[in-house]
Ligand binder design. Structure first.
Ligand code: BG6
Ligand code: MG
Length: 223
């Protein structure tokens, strides 16, 4: 195992609540109600895809031009950015700073494979950006999660074969993306939702360098 590729939202920090509040406010202005259950579908997918799903829920999918949709998505992002402005290292999820440093001390490379265009901004706010060896720019991808491209790109940017990498995710679309990239996948969250992963843990606290390496070894032996 030469690299670990991390998702951001829900793995490094919990921004899902802020995304939800910003989308909920935008949807409300259009007369669309969204709840927590609906929000699950928005995890891991891009900003514009999230907007498309919300518009579809309100049966407004054909009502806006591409330029109008871009504007709605930009407005949501402005609201979201106001919410994340105050983030700091206290917002790092339990155990994450420890595992990043542990992996680093073992010379394992770290990559960010997040659909969020706010990834670098958030990593800076959390004080973690210097630990990362590479960050995929999601704006350059032709297909988001569950397509494998984002995880493949992270491996490529690190000059590593996918077999040397482990991907870590909290969303079903993200686990699918890792699996589609033929990488070892570790998921954090609900086993019922994330059963496609090679290993599921309940909390980010359980992500230790030893556990990640063990999952990689076990999977590499069976393949
Ligand atoms: C993902 C989140 O990490 O990033 C999604 O799970 C979000 O909910 C996506 O839509 C895009 O984020 P951003 O910050 O570019 O709007
Ligand atoms: Mg996530």
């Amino acid at each position: 195992m030469k690299a670990v590729l991390f998702d951001l939202d829900g793995i490094i920090t919990d921004t899902a609540g802020y995304h939800f509040l910003a989308w909920k406010a935008m949807a409300k202005k259009l007369g669309i109600e969204i709840n927590n259950e609906f929000n699950e579908q928005l995890k891991g997918i891009s900003r514009i895809e999230s907007l498309e799903l919300i518009l579809k829920k309100g049966e407004l999918e054909n009502k806006f031009s591409m330029a109008e949709k871009e504007e709605l998505a930009t407005n949501k992002n402005e609201e979201y950015k106001k919410m994340i402005e105050q983030m700091s290292s206290v917002d790092i999820l339990p155990g994450i700073e420890l595992v990043l440093n542990e992996l680093k001390s073992k010379n394992i490379l770290l990559g960010l494979a997040s659909a969020s265009q706010n990834g670098p901004f958030i990593l800076k706010k959390l004080g973690l950006i210097d630990l990362f060896d590479t960050i995929v720019n999601p704006a350059e991808l032709s297909a988001g999660k569950p397509a494998p491209e984002i995880f493949q790109k992270a491996a490529e940017q690190l000059d590593l074969p996918v077999k040397e990498c482990v991907g870590i995710e909290d969303a079903a679309a993200g686990v699918e993306s890792i699996n589609n990239a033929s990488m070892v996948s570790i998921a954090v969250g609900d086993r019922a939702v994330l059963s496609a992963a090679d290993k599921v843990v309940a909390s980010t606290n359980q992500l230790t360098a030893d556990l990640i390496k063990k999952v990689w070894i076990d999977c590499s032996e069976t393949n």
